[in-house]
Ligand binder design. Structure first.
Ligand code: B12
Length: 213
């Protein structure tokens, strides 16, 4: 049953079938499949396969958009089922996708995992300017600024954030963590980010590590 649902999840995203993806997400959750498994083993491999087909020019933008809409709808249902841990606050995190970048599916999964792990998360959304990250970090007295970038052309804004934080003398005040498919530890080291995490679960662990909580 579980393997079937997970396979259906993957297939629904590849088919770009939003209604089916929502139905499978609901069925899975009602049937006791953990949201993280539905995402990591079903929906995410589906959208990854679509990304590869797009890269190889085997499918084109309309199909990518349909798959993304199916993925997003399913992720919303999975994310909602992840209980928020409001009893504790391990730290305040400002989260968003950088300027010029509208990819937000992964960022929203990160939001759910961080909230479930006891962080207070302010998700600013996507296409967020460097200045806005800093303003909001100050407004909410944040501990961490977490940025997502999915394009090689927008990763540079993660570097810009480090530079502006340094210029303003805020580098130590707010820790930074970066993520997104083209991003890696090497990039984090190069730009001087405090941490990098490759997925949502390790994002929560890495933030706990850098804050020592
Ligand atoms: C879905 C998708 C879209 C959707 C986005 C919908 C949405 N609301 O997000 C749409 C169709 C809109 C889209 C548009 C475009 N896309 Co697109 N897209 C993808 C695709 C297929 C999947 C991305 C995704 O959601 N993955 C699933 C999630 C769960 O994974 P994730 O984002 O990596 O997130 C995980 C980790 O990275 C990490 N993480 C993510 N964020 C953060 C943040 C922090 C702080 C941390 C710690 C961790 C972390 O945790 C997440 C969960 O585990 C990728 C292919 C790929 N393999 O990445 C291409 C891809 C990113 N897109 C690409 C391109 C080129 C585009 C367009 C330019 C296409 C065009 N010609 O218009 C536009 C760009 C628009 C813009 N200005 O942003 C290229 C980028 C190439 C490059 N080298 O830069 C890719 C790689 C496809 C390809 N192979 O060519 N896209």
């Amino acid at each position: 049953m579980k393997a079937f649902i997970i396979n259906e999840a993957k297939k629904s995203v590849i088919a770009g079938d939003k209604e089916k993806a929502e139905e499978v997400a609901r069925q899975g959750i009602e049937g006791g499949v953990p949201a993280a498994e539905l995402l990591n083993d079903g929906f995410v491999p589906g959208i990854t396969e679509i990304g590869n087909l797009f890269e190889d020019e085997k499918i084109f933008l309309p199909e990518l958009v349909m798959a993304a809409e199916a993925m997003k709808a399913a992720a919303i249902i999975c994310n909602e089922s992840i209980p928020k841990d409001e009893a504790v606050t391990k730290g305040v995190v400002i989260l968003g996708t950088v300027k010029g970048d509208i990819h937000d599916i992964g960022k929203s999964i990160v939001e759910s995992f961080l909230s479930a792990s006891g962080f207070e998360v302010h998700d600013l959304g996507r296409d967020i300017k460097t200045e806005t990250f800093i303003e909001k970090a100050q407004e909410f007295n944040a501990d961490v600024i977490a940025t997502s970038a999915l394009l090689t052309t927008t990763m540079g804004y993660q570097q810009e954030l480090e530079e502006v934080l340094k210029e303003k003398g805020l580098k130590g005040k707010f820790k930074t963590i970066i993520g997104g498919a083209p991003v890696n530890q090497k990039w984090a080291d190069k730009i001087g980010a405090d941490a990098y995490a490759e997925d949502a679960a390790s994002a929560a662990q890495k933030i706990a590590e850098i804050l020592g909580v």
